[in-house]
Ligand binder design. Sequence first.
Ligand SMILES: Nc1ncnc2c1ncn2[C@@H]1O[C@H](COP(=O)(O)OP(=O)(O)OP(=O)(O)O)[C@@H](O)[C@H]1O
Ligand SMILES: [Mg+2]
Length: 293
Amino acid sequence: MIEFAGVSKRYKNGTQALKNVSFKVDKGEFVFIVGPSGAGKSTIIKTILREEIPTSGVVTVNGYNLNKMKRRHIPKYRRSLGIVFQDFRLIPNMTVYDNVAFALRVTNVVKKEIRSRVPYCLKLLGLAHKAKCYPEELSGGEQQRVALARALVNNPAIIIADEPTGNIDPELSFEIVDLLSEINLQCGTTILMVTHEHELVSYFNKRVITIDDGVLLADTRAGSAEYLFTGVDQMNGYSQTLSSREKAIDFSDKNHPATQLLDSRGNALEADFPVRRTDRNAKRDSAPVGRKA
Ligand SMILES: Nc1ncnc2c1ncn2[C@@H]1O[C@H](COP(=O)(O)OP(=O)(O)OP(=O)(O)O)[C@@H](O)[C@H]1O
Ligand SMILES: [Mg+2]
């Protein structure tokens, strides 16, 4: 569905934003992309949206080699994706209803269809009572839900989200990702989401691609210990100090010395990740295993 094959990106000013990045996302997967600021996460998103073209390597989406896509086909291609940005990008002089309907009008969907799909999406996102409001009359979380409604209304096969929870409070962040997760499970929509919020990533237990300095550092399956370790490191701010050898350690290997902590006498303790205990974590721990798929 989405494939990066040896993708490197060097911007005009010489910045090497991606270095030989390869990964493959299958239909129906939910993938978080994490990494420090400047790591290249948005560059990955921009190449998928065909806003940037790789300097070398190939990006394939839905069977299309984006390097070869003709300029005139780009708008139609982008409309086939559900796109959500951190800054919402709503049209200020349109109501909530029209912001969502607009996504359908530009694709020539018939009026009757628009009149049923827009209210459905607004209701799904708890926005039915705000349909006549303008974006400036909404809270940040509500605006982000409008952006999500707009991304969903076309029933896209892929949703691409670059820090969709970056401008909303943590409680709402969980709600937004919960919604994305529901859409992923119920509709089989492929979801790629960039985030800085490690609590979200730990809680939702999805596949995680870690990018650092343009390099794909780790690609871990749902709930892997390796991610938790990396995540805790980044929260404490010392991931930058890990050598590439340390970065290559398999943290899911419990017998590896690096996954063990030493007590005051130098005896190894089993690694214990300081995951914050909240009601959410309790809910996660008791969630059925099937939801992790
Ligand atoms: N248009 C551009 N021209 C030149 N350099 C760029 C451009 N866009 C991004 N960069 C550089 O490329 C690198 C990767 O940027 P990118 O925006 O992909 O990072 P990011 O991981 O999304 O960071 P953040 O978490 O801060 O959003 C950075 O060094 C950045 O300064
Ligand atoms: Mg970014």
